[in-house]
Design a protein around this ligand. Sequence first.
Ligand code: SAH
Length: 198
Amino acid sequence: MTPKLAIIIWAISLIAWVAIRVPHQNRARKTRVASNAKTLGDRLALAAATIGLSVIPIIFVATGFPAFASYPFQPWLGWIGLFVEAAFLCLFYASHRQLGKNWSVTLEIRQEHRLVTDGLYRYVRHPMYLSFWLWAIAQACLLPNAIAGMAGLAGVAVLYFSRVPNEEAMMRAAFGASYDDYAKHTGRILPKPWSPIR
Ligand code: SAH
């Protein structure tokens, strides 16, 4: 693994992320919203994730800035980055597919919203956010720069910790006891194998 190859893997993954996301974004525009829990805080958290996972690493890859934070590339980290990036894309693709029309970029309940509890959602409540953690880990492995590498983890941490409690409160308000029961048998990003959904 060379530094150049690591950057190509990082860039292809970013493009693949866009290619997976765009059709869902287009469909979401046509799916009616029943209620939303969007807040300024949530928009800022989304912006933090975007800056950490794309703006800062794109600037680094294009210009080498901030050069003072760069360190020698470690090929073994690059290989780990490749595998984590592949796991990210598989999880991201599958969670988007399984959420289907119920997906929103922000916190929204659709008019015909269905609580998804199968596929990946049978095991964890936030497989898409888990995929974002993997994306951020891959970025840290592939980009040999302390700031550009870690920016993704910082951005995902802001989004994850600020959004998840609000998202779960919104889902609980919409689905009541069914969501409580679902939450009892699933973990947020790690499965609860001792308490599976019957
Ligand atoms: N947190 C989930 C979904 C992220 S997309 C994940 O990480 O996979 C965010 C939107 O998905 C929210 O606005 C909510 O409306 C919807 N959502 C989250 N969990 C859901 C579920 N189990 N079933 C249906 N919709 C869900």
